[in-house]
Design a protein around this ligand. Sequence first.
Ligand code: PMP
Length: 295
Amino acid sequence: FDDRDGFIWYDGALVPWRDAKLHVLSHGLHYASGVFEGERAYGGNIFKLRAHTERLIQSGRLLGFDIPYTAEQIDAACKQVLAANGQVEAYVRPIAWRGSEQLSVSAQATKIHLAIATWAWPNLFGENRMKGVRLGIAEWRRPHPQTAPSASKAAGLYMIGTLSKHKAESEGFDDALMLDWRGQVAEATGANVFFAIDGELHTPTPDCFLNGITRRTVMSIARRRQIPVVERAIQPEEIKRASEVFLAGTAAEVTPVRQIGELHFTPGQITETLLGDYEALVRMSPEEVEQRAPI
Ligand code: PMP
């Protein structure tokens, strides 16, 4: 990933992709004191850019640091690097981390860095997406919010995600469905999950995992379509009641699910409608998106 042409925005300036390096004694590497975002540009516009930027700033605060740029500056930097790379359809990855000025659990003297990269990444699940993805059930569980800052998109929280995803992949699945510490259904390793049950859309209450920007967008789209949306605790035994299942996330977009463990699903009307509406929405201008108040 490091050997490419193009630019990365790094601490205030565009640098050639191959030169965007950091020291091996960076605190972020040793102690996972980093937070990041995942955004998508469609037709040259980054969808819900300000919401992502605000979450990035908030993620840093939850880890005890302030990113040394304003939301306006971060938004401008995302647009600048996208343009410098000549991309209109791209994934956008800002990351903030503690530097190498101090290397111990205490990191008060570290400087906060920010880098932003963009690259072509059509969909998290590639060509498997439209026929529906297959999920294994993870053994690792989303931690209690008093065990980890679960509302932060913190690099360290992805450790159990990578372990779970690798296990699922080794068993032939595309991704893992993670439960939380109580044993309730939580989310996939990089996307939220939705179930169509009796014509309603059910999704777990995000009390120990990210309340995704895509998740909230999909809930709003569903309500516009008069589909009742229910946020609640969902037990794994209830999954078999679902007629349709899909994932929602910036990288995953709306991805139908065709299998969870031993259970099989057929993507149907609700998934197709919401997938179509989401694809239309992300291609609207930022002004049009703003004007559509969430419901
Ligand atoms: N959960 C996890 C673990 C994620 O990595 C993501 C992607 N950021 C999401 C949920 C969905 O969040 P969003 O819709 O804001 O991309």
